[in-house]
Every structure is written in structure tokens, then in C-alpha cells.
Design a protein around this ligand. Structure first.
Ligand SMILES: Cc1cc2nc3c(=O)[nH]c(=O)nc-3n(C[C@H](O)[C@H](O)[C@H](O)COP(=O)(O)O)c2cc1C
Ligand SMILES: CC(C)CC(=O)C(=O)O
Length: 359
């Protein structure tokens, strides 16, 4: 892990209520996938290419829903006001200042309109995407989508890896089920039928996705895809992009590490839509490996929460700066001029030697 990120994590651990630290840090079950997401990156290496570099590198990536000045976006995570009193407002400001996208969660502790306003107060062109879980009551989903559109969000991220809630042992041990007094999921107010809670339903289907897509003209990303066949179905159902993710090891503890699932999804999608990866990205080298395996960008979840807890917007800014700086350095070391120079032939598995057929 990048040492700066490790320091921020330790600062976050020191300042956070241990119950809230464990909510952020923990995973499902025995936390096998949680560990594997990071470990899988350490099993991969990048072959440098020589004599083809450039003094300054262009890190820009264009995605449906916004331009990123670095190929790292802020993955949706719930309850930022547990980390810092400003919550998602601080995260939004930092992401906008860094020139990247905040994917703001439906389970945010600041209403989406205020999140977008915070981002735009820093950069009038900032892009904020809205993440939601498709609700079995489609009137609720439609209302959330409409709120996101009205707020000025430029894409929707539909999370589909949660047919049921993940069982987080640390939360169970602490008895952590509810937000403390004074905090609420602000997007979940005044919804049809008086609904107040996010519902996970195993009956949500591709039909729900099709109907959701009909309610909006925003680009729609599908988050939580691991099976290549689902990636193909996603493209057939008209998504603008796919996020390869195991929810940071918080849903199935039998899932593969996110980076291990990435190449097959990239191959299945075959360039028809961009693929973003999240899970276990802890340094610029991980960003480079993911891009070399075909991701257009990566998402970071927990490191942003550590930065937020440690130092509010400045801490989130530090996380994004560290990742940008380290990614740029690794790109230079690989003889890369821009992210497109990171290709799959550069990636080797440690301990297995290098194929003479590389490239
Ligand atoms: C505390 C926490 C809350 C999360 N909440 C959500 C959420 O509300 N919606 C969602 O789609 N993903 C959620 N995720 C998953 C992240 O979007 C992302 O997939 C994951 O954090 C990436 O792994 P990383 O933390 O190793 O970077 C959450 C993750 C964490 C750690
Ligand atoms: C269920 C949500 C409220 C948050 C979430 O996705 C998570 O904690 O992983």
C-alpha cells in the first residue's frame, strides 16, 4: 500500500469511533475477499517498456458521464458524516478540485442536491454521478432517479451485487445497525408510499433495469458485475459502462478478487462500453495494473473514507493527489505517455516467469 494512504488509514483509525471504523474497514463473512482484493494486486507485476516515454503525461480519461483528470474516481460509499461532520460535501469538494467524479451514494448523509452544489462550488463543470440500488417498488426508484437528474447528476450507477444485505461480522459484533441520532440517509426522505429504508431484493431483474433505463436519458452504469456473461447482458441491455466490483469484499465472501475477474469481463465487453474496476486499489501501481488489464479507470472506496476521517476535504484531496502522483510515476517507469500505453502484455503474474510471446 502507498505509505501516505497507510498513514491516513492509521489517522482515521485513531480519530474514528471504533464501531464506525469497523463499519468502513470490514467485509462480509471471514473477510476472505476483503483481503484478496489487495493481495491479488500484489501477485501481479508490470513489465516496463523502454525508450518510448514523454516528459509530461496526459492522465485524462473520458467516460460516459464525465471527464476525469486522473483515471481514478470516488466509488460510492455510505454515511460520510460518520467520518467527518461535513460528510459528502467535503468529499464532493475534494473530488471536484482533483478533477474527478464522485459517485455519490443513495445512502449518503447529505442530500444529492447539496452534494452536487458542493462539487459545482469548486468547479462549475464538475461531474457527480448518483449510485442507487434498484428498489422493488419502482415508483421509489423513479423518484430517486428524478432527484438525481434534478440535482444535476451526469450519470447513474446502478448497484446490482446486493440481492440481499451482506453479513458484516464486525457490525454484528458491535451491534451496529443504525445511524447515530442527528444523521440520516437524506435521499430517502419523502418517497412514495412513505418508504424510508433502502430495500435489497433478490427479485430485482433485468426487466427492472430496462424500465429504469426508460425513465432517464442519463448514461447508466452497472456496478457489481463479475461474470462475463452478465457483462454481455449488460451491454445488450444498453448500459453505458460496467463496474467490475465485489463491493469491496462486502457482499459474497466467495467472490473472486476484483482484479482477477477483470480480464474476462473486458474480453466479454470487447470495447463496446468502458469497464471500471474497484476493490483493493491502494496505490498508483494498482491503478496502472488495472488499466493495463483493460479498465478505463478505477474506483476507490475505503481510502477516501480514511482521508475524509483524517482531515475532511483536505484528506480526500491528499488521497487523490497521492494516487495521481504515484500513477503518473509508474506510467513514466513503464514508458507510457498516456493510459492507452498500458496494455495487457505488460502484466505478468509473479513467480510464473515472462512469456516470450509478450506483445
Ligand atoms: C463503508 C462502505 C460503504 C459502501 N457503500 C456502498 C454503497 O452504498 N453503494 C455501493 O454501490 N457500494 C458501496 N460500497 C462499495 C464501494 O462502492 C466499492 O465497491 C468498494 O469500496 C471498493 O473497494 P475498496 O474499498 O477496496 O476501494 C461501500 C463500501 C464501503 C467500504
Ligand atoms: C447497504 C448500504 C447502505 C451501504 C453498503 O452498500 C455497504 O455498507 O456496503
Amino acid at each position: 500500500m502507498n505509505t501516505g494512504l497507510a498513514e491516513l488509514r492509521e489517522k482515521a483509525r485513531a480519530v474514528l469511533d471504533p464501531v464506525h471504523y469497523d463499519y468502513y474497514a470490514g467485509g462480509v463473512g471471514d473477510e476472505v475477499v476483503l483481503g484478496e482484493n489487495e493481495a491479488a494486486f500484489r501477485r501481479l507485476a508490470l513489465l516496463p517498456r523502454v525508450l518510448r516515454g514523454r516528459a509530461t503525461r496526459d492522465l485524462t480519461v473520458d467516460l460516459p458521464g464525465g471527464r476525469l483528470r486522473l483515471p481514478v474516481l470516488v466509488a460510492p460509499t455510505a454515511f460520510h458524516r460518520l467520518a467527518h461532520p461535513e460528510g459528502e460535501v467535503a468529499t464532493a469538494r475534494a473530488a471536484a478540485a482533483a478533477g474527478t467524479v464522485l459517485v455519490s451514494g443513495v445512502a449518503s448523509t447529505v442530500a444529492i442536491g447539496d452534494v452536487v452544489a458542493a462539487a459545482r462550488s469548486v468547479d462549475a463543470t464538475a461531474s457527480v454521478w448518483f449510485q442507487l440500488y434498484p428498489q422493488p417498488d419502482e415508483a421509489v426508484t423513479a423518484c430517486l432517479v428524478e432527484r438525481a437528474e434534478r440535482a444535476g447528476c451526469t450519470a447513474l450507477v446502478v448497484t446490482v451485487d446486493s440481492p440481499v444485505f451482506g453479513r458484516h461480522r464486525r457490525d454484528a459484533e458491535h451491534g451496529f445497525h443504525d445511524l447515530p441520532a442527528g444523521l440520516a440517509t437524506e435521499n430517502m426522505r419523502d418517497l412514495p408510499g412513505g418508504v424510508r429504508d433502502i430495500v435489497m431484493s433478490p427479485e430485482v431483474s433485468w426487466d427492472h433495469l430496462d424500465r429504469l433505463r426508460e425513465t432517464t436519458s442519463l448514461p447508466l452504469w452497472l456496478k457489481g458485475v463479475l461474470h462475463p456473461r452478465d457483462a454481455v447482458l449488460a451491454v445488450e441491455h444498453g448500459v453505458a459502462g460496467v463496474v467490475v466490483s465485489n463491493h469491496g469484499g462486502r457482499q459474497s465472501d466467495l467472490a473472486p478478487a476484483a482484479v482477477e475477474a477483470l480480464p474476462a469481463v473486458v474480453d466479454a465487453v470487447a470495447g463496446r462500453v468502458p469497464v471500471v474496476l474497484d476493490g483493493g486499489v491502494r496505490g498508483g501501481g494498482d491503478v496502472a495494473v488495472a488499466l493495463a488489464l483493460g479498465a478505463a479507470a478505477v474506483g476507490v472506496g475505503r481510502p477516501v473514507l480514511w482521508g475524509l476521517a483524517a482531515d475532511g476535504a483536505a484528506g480526500v484531496g491528499r488521497v487523490l493527489d497521492l494516487l495521481r502522483d504515484e500513477f503518473d510515476h509508474v506510467l513514466a517507469l513503464c514508458g507510457g505517455r498516456d493510459p492507452a500505453d498500458l496494455t495487457r502484455d505488460l502484466v505478468v503474474t509473479r513467480g510464473r516467469g515472462v512469456s516470450a510471446r509478450c506483445g
